[in-house]
Design a protein around this ligand. Structure first.
Ligand code: AMP
Length: 210
C-alpha cells in the first residue's frame, strides 16, 4: 500500500501513521521528523530548514522533493509506505507524479481548527526518537519519558500557540487544495477525527478496507 496522509497539523496523522505502519509492516516517511533530525544534527538540510520550521512556514519544495525522492528509493519502501506530511503543496504532489511515484490512496483526516489549537497545547514528543504523546489522550507510562526509548518528552518549538495559528493558515492555503488534486484522480478518502485515537483508527481502517 502506498498511502498519503493529509490533514492539518495536529490532526493525528503521525499517530495513525505509526499504527498503520506497525499493522501493515511498511515504513512511515515523515518529512517533519526527517527535518527535525536534520536540524538536530546540524546537517546542511537542517540548517536550511530551521528558520522555516521554527516559524511554522513551509520548507521550499525543492528541498522536500529531494529528501523524499531519496528516501523512497531505499529498499524498505519497495512493498509500500505511508507519507506523513508530504506532499503539502500542489508542486510537491506534481513532483511525485512526474517522478512516476504512483500512490494508491490519499486519506484526509478532517478536524476543526479550534480542536487543533486545544490539542496542540498537550502534545509532547520524544527528544530522541520523535514518538508523539498527548498529556491527556495518549499519556506516556512514566510522566515525561518516552515509552519506546526512555527519551525525554519535550514540547515542539513550533507547537507554540502563535506558530500553530500560522501553520493552520499555511495548511488552509497551501495544503488543503491537495484534496481536490487527489479527488480529481479518484484517490481521495476522508475520515472525521474522533475524540479517541482508537475511534479514529477504526474509521481509518474502514476507509482503507483493512
Ligand atoms: P510536521 O511535523 O509534519 O507538522 O512538520 C513540521 C514542519 O516541518 C512544518 O511546519 C514545515 O515547516 C516543515 N515541513 C514538513 N513537511 C513539509 C513539507 N512536505 N513541505 C514543506 N515543509 C514541510
Amino acid at each position: 500500500m502506498k498511502l498519503i496522509l493529509l490533514g492539518a497539523p495536529g490532526a493525528g496523522k503521525g499517530t495513525q501513521a505509526e499504527i498503520l505502519s506497525r499493522m501493515c509492516n511498511i515504513p512511515t516517511i515523515s518529512t517533519g521528523n526527517i527535518l527535525r533530525a536534520a536540524m538536530k544534527n546540524g546537517t546542511p538540510v537542517g540548517l536550511k530548514a530551521k528558520e522555516y520550521v521554527d516559524s511554522g512556514k513551509l520548507v521550499p519544495d525543492d528541498v522536500i522533493i529531494g529528501i523524499v525522492r531519496e528516501r523512497l528509493s531505499e529498499d524498505d519502501c519497495k512493498n509500500g509506505y505511508i507519507l506523513d506530511g508530504m506532499p503539502r503543496t500542489i508542486p510537491q504532489a506534481q513532483a511525485l507524479e512526474d517522478a512516476g511515484i504512483e500512490i494508491d490512496v490519499a486519506l484526509s483526516i478532517e478536524i476543526a481548527d479550534e480542536t487543533i489549537i486545544e490539542r496542540m497545547s498537550g502534545r509532547r514528543v520524544c527528544k530522541e526518537c520523535s514518538a508523539s504523546y498527548h498529556i491527556v489522550n495518549i499519556p506516556p507510562k512514566v510522566e515525561g519519558k518516552c515509552d519506546i526509548c526512555g527519551g525525554e518528552l519535550i514540547i515542539r518549538k513550533d507547537d507554540a500557540p502563535e506558530t500553530v495559528k500560522e501553520r493552520l493558515a499555511v495548511y488552509h492555503k497551501e495544503t488543503e487544495p491537495l484534496k481536490d488534486f487527489y479527488a480529481e484522480r479518484g484517490k481521495l478518502k476522508s475520515v472525521e477525527n474522533q475524540p479517541t485515537v482508537d475511534g479514529t483508527t477504526k474509521l481509518v481502517l474502514k476507509a482503507l478496507g483493512l
